[in-house]
Write a protein that binds this ligand. Sequence first.
Ligand code: SAM
Length: 296
Amino acid sequence: MRHQLNDIFQLIVTSPKENCDAAIKRLISFYSNFEFDSGEQTVTNYGLALSPKHSADCLNDYQRTFAFMNGVHRALEELLNRDSEVINVMYAGTGAYAPLIIPALNYFQNERIQVAFIDIHQESIDNVSCIIDHLGLSVNVEEFLVCDATKFKTDKKFDLIISEVMFRALTSEPQVAVARHLSPLLKSDGVFIPEKITITVNYQDNEHHVLSLSKKNTLKNTSLFESVECKVKQDDFSDIILKTKVSIYEDFILDHNRSKITDDLVLGSTIHVKKDSFKMLFKINNSPNWKINYNP
Ligand SMILES: C[S@@+](CC[C@H](N)C(=O)[O-])C[C@H]1O[C@@H](n2cnc3c(N)ncnc32)[C@H](O)[C@@H]1O
């Protein structure tokens, strides 16, 4: 089993992204050896936590899975080249398969990597623990935790935090709240994956940058973010579209429309603008979402 996963991982880290489908399909087939309780989704105060079954289905988003696995591989390679004895990793939102790190742990076979595996769903953590046992990777486990990552408390600092709990334009799932809560737990030279999420608005012939989420900019404590005023030309009607770009690590980037998490979101139309501008509001609650103020 270890060899089989290693072959698949080598394929993932050596294939050009145009060939990612074949490599990720083999990964899906590998993971299908493990059966788990499909469970229920959970609506948290800051967004939806996908059910164990749906978390596993995220593997099917080929370009996403491929780019994140490559980004994590590169980050671990670089962290292992640092002097520190132990590389402390937190993986928040593992889903049922923890795919962004388990194949990499199997490849590196290095006890210096110590991982805290976190998910809100017991069934997911049980399955991750079962896969880790099968692969003989318990030496890499710092702990398994079933908890809401936005409430997680520890005195520890991490070299690497991995968390992909997002949907397009940062809607629906709790990425903003999770990144905001976990970023202070990074060491000063620590890496958060994804490094940066950028949202731009596109309408008429304009493209404005409206929001950026990174370890330094976690939208602070706001629950309501308001964009700058977007000027419109009169009588030139177009959709107002939000575009998402995810910078995972270094040159591993998911551009807009490459994945379910970077699909464009049509938010409205300039036809509804009352005067000569509109603004966008991003509200963080149990279903984070954007609204347009057509009359700012
Ligand atoms: C989009 S899935 C990603 C699964 C897997 N990491 C992957 O990349 O394929 C998100 C996972 O994060 C978990 N999750 C979402 N919000 C969470 C929270 N606040 N605390 C802990 N886990 C959370 C969900 O239960 C789900 O398993």
